[in-house]
Design a protein. Structure first.
Length: 147
């Protein structure tokens, strides 16, 4: 495969569609926690706002300034995270990391849509951007669910 063919495969129609339609793409007025994370290599950044009630995500907001892969990951996370426990989000983060670096299975439902990012395994310089939304969410949940 040529480099151009690899890039076309990486930026599939599904990834581009997810990147164009990010759920909860707004900031919360009164979040329980706010976390901003940045991927230094590519400059992608995300700000996550979370409120937690009874140990699960009650509301979620995000401001995403990332490449299409980071946007696609944020889209899947934004569509799945409300109603999830901190443990579910940690499991999704860890599974996504294993999927990208060890060819592990995709995260379990409701985060199984992250499997669309499997073609990025070979592009280590994109991994940090893909991981941003779940890493920020876990960090925010550490504060919001313990407040």
């Amino acid at each position: 495969m040529t480099a151009k063919t690899d890039m076309i495969k990486l930026y599939s129609q599904r990834i581009l569609a997810l990147a164009a339609d990010i759920p909860h793409h707004h900031r919360l007025e009164a979040p329980g926690a706010t976390v901003r994370r940045r991927a230094p290599l590519c400059g992608s950044a995300i700000t996550v706002d979370i409120t937690c009630k009874d140990g699960v995500v009650a509301d979620y907001g995000q401001d995403v300034k990332a490449c299409a892969l980071g946007q696609a990951a944020a889209s899947v996370v934004g569509g799945a995270i409300v109603g999830c426990s901190r443990e579910q989000v940690i499991e999704a983060r860890d599974a996504l990391q294993r999927m990208l670096t060890e060819d592990g299975p995709p995260p379990a439902a409701p985060f199984d849509g992250l499997d669309v990012l499997r073609p990025a395994q070979e592009y280590k310089n994109r991994h940090a951007s893909i991981m941003l939304s779940l890493e920020a969410a876990v960090e925010a949940l550490d504060t919001a669910c313990n407040a």
